[in-house]
Design a protein around this ligand. Structure first.
Ligand code: ASP
Length: 332
């Protein structure tokens, strides 16, 4: 049976051109993107393409687009071998994380890719990224949401954008790569196993969330304002999950938890994890009941909270699931 891949265009640098009036990059028509890749016309893989209603620079990414993407995949799931999502790099790690939670029991590849230079420009990195993503999506080996960029396939909910200039723009700091593209594409043992369950596509996310990034000398009013602003809060703490161990912070955290808020502690460091009780300075979190987010990335933590707060489940269930490994996003 011939492999069929659905390319889903959302915008991003990969498909942008220079607006002649403003001289800045703006998204353009997807058919023109494919015109820039005649190699694909002779591919053994049958390609179809669809675009979201209004392609965007991914800095404009929002919940509606994530739901639109999930629904496109739901509608086309049976017909296609795999999916390639063309997406801007700025928020790709957030989108890949969000999609991993929305698509439960995924048994096909959903590969996010993009580029640092538009596809029509001579030195573009788009061609390699797109052609290899298509091959990976058609391989039948990947059953999860991935990000393919500059020769590496990463687990989507483990990726972080780390560079605005290098072609190697992403990293998966706490999880091995799923595949490495060289002369051959080598798949590693880190890839997710197939499941026998049917795909469940979730279509609710809540944006009643916030991120509190600690820094030395942060004002109590700032912490208070952020804790009051949302139902779910990701706290980015120091090192292995530490914070100033003062009574004021402890009081604020306890009050927030009494108000049935979900607070989760992750580290500001790119590599490593938040742990409890290594230093006395993690006491404020342990004593107040803030959850430990271990090696969740900020992108995975915030989209997981959005996903769980969007479900019709109790706070107790949300807290339990926040610390559980749902889609390979956390090392327990
Ligand atoms: N601003 C662009 C975007 O995220 C950057 C890129 O695609 O690399 O849509």
């Amino acid at each position: 049976m011939k492999k069929e891949i659905l390319l889903i265009y959302t915008g991003g640098t990969i498909g942008m051109i220079k607006d002649p009036k403003k001289k800045s990059l703006v998204p353009f028509n997807f058919d023109k993107v494919l015109d820039a890749l005649p190699e694909l016309k002779n591919s053994e893989i049958k390609l179809s393409n669809i675009s979201i209603k209004k392609p965007i620079d991914s800095s404009n990414m929002n919940i509606q687009v994530w739901i639109e993407l999930a629904q496109i995949i739901k509608k086309n799931y049976k017909q296609y071998t795999g999916f390639v999502v063309l997406h801007g790099t700025d928020t790709m790690a957030f989108s890949a994380s969000a999609m991993s939670f929305l698509l439960e029991n995924l048994n096909k590849a959903v590969i996010f890719t993009g580029s640092q230079i538009p596809i029509g420009v001579t030195r573009t990195d788009a061609k390699e990224n797109l052609i290899t993503s298509i091959e990976i999506a058609g391989s039948g080996k990947i059953n999860e949401v991935g990000v393919f960029f500059e020769d590496q396939l990463y687990r989507g909910n483990r990726t972080v954008k780390v560079n605005t200039e290098h072609f190697e723009a992403f990293q998966s700091p706490n999880y091995p790569v799923l595949a490495q593209a060289g002369v051959n594409i080598k798949y590693t043992s880190a890839i997710d196993k197939k499941t026998n369950e049917d795909l469940i596509v979730h279509t609710h996310l809540s944006n009643n969330v916030a991120i509190l990034k600690l820094f030395p000398a942060i004002k109590t009013e700032v912490i208070k304002a952020i804790l009051n602003s949302a139902k779910g809060i990701v706290i980015e703490s120091f090192g292995s999950g530490n914070a100033a161990n003062n009574a004021e912070l402890l009081k604020l955290l306890k009050e927030a938890i009494q108000k049935e808020k979900v607070l989760i502690n992750i580290t500001q460091c790119l590599h490593g994890r938040a742990v409890e009780e290594k230093y006395q300075t993690s006491d404020v979190f342990v004593k107040s009941g803030v959850l430990c987010g271990k090696d969740l990335t900020t992108e995975a933590a915030i989209t997981k909270l959005m996903f769980l707060l969007g479900q019709d489940i109790s706070i107790k269930e949300i807290k339990k699931n926040m610390q559980k490994n749902l889609r390979g996003e956390i090392t327990i």
